[in-house]
Design a protein. Structure first.
Length: 150
C-alpha cells in the first residue's frame, strides 16, 4: 500500500511540477504552492532524519518510502518563484530573484542529494542512510542560510 502511495505521490509531483508556473494567477498562489511543497518535503525528510540520527527506530521500508517522497517533492517548489512572488506572506529573500543562477544551482544540488538519499534508503541499511542524509541536509541548510529569511 505504501509503495503504491509513494508511486502515486511521485507521479503526481512530477505531473504538477511541469505546468505549475501557468497555475499561478496571482503571486500569492505561487507562495502557497511553494510553501506547501516545502512543508510536505520537510515532513518526509524529517522522518528520514529522525531515523538517521537515532531519534526514531530505523525502519528500512519507512525510510525508503519517506526518502522517495522527499526526493519527488524536491522537484516541485522551484517553478513557484515567478517575478512578483517576492512580496507577501513569504520568507524568501530577494537574492532568489537577484541571483537566480545561484538559486537554481542550489536547487539542482538539493535535488541531486535527495535522489542520492532515496537511493541510499533503498539499500535498507542505517549506515548508508546516515552517510547520505548529511549531504542532503547541508543542501537544505545552504538554501535556508542564503535564500530564506528567519
Amino acid at each position: 500500500m505504501k509503495k503504491r502511495l509513494t508511486a502515486t505521490a511521485s507521479l503526481l509531483a512530477l505531473l504538477l511540477a511541469l505546468p505549475a508556473a501557468a497555475q499561478f494567477a496571482k503571486p500569492e498562489d505561487a507562495i502557497k504552492y511553494r510553501k506547501a511543497s516545502f512543508t510536505v518535503m520537510a515532513a518526509h525528510f524529517g522522518r528520514v532524519g529522525a531515523m538517521a540520527s537515532g531519534k526514531a527506530p530505523f525502519d528500512a521500508k519507512a525510510a525508503a518510502d519517506n526518502a522517495d517522497i522527499a526526493a519527488a517533492m524536491s522537484k516541485l517548489p522551484w517553478t513557484a518563484f515567478p517575478e512578483g512572488s517576492d512580496k507577501g506572506d513569504t520568507r524568501s529573500k530577494p537574492e532568489i530573484w537577484k541571483d537566480s543562477a545561484k538559486y537554481k544551482e542550489a536547487a539542482d544540488k538539493m535535488q541531486t542529494e535527495m535522489a542520492k538519499l532515496a537511493a541510499a534508503a533503498k539499500v535498507g541499511n542505517v549506515d548508508a542512510l546516515k552517510s547520505a542524509f548529511g549531504p542532503a541536509a547541508s543542501t537544505c541548510k545552504g538554501c535556508h542560510d542564503n535564500f530564506r529569511k528567519d
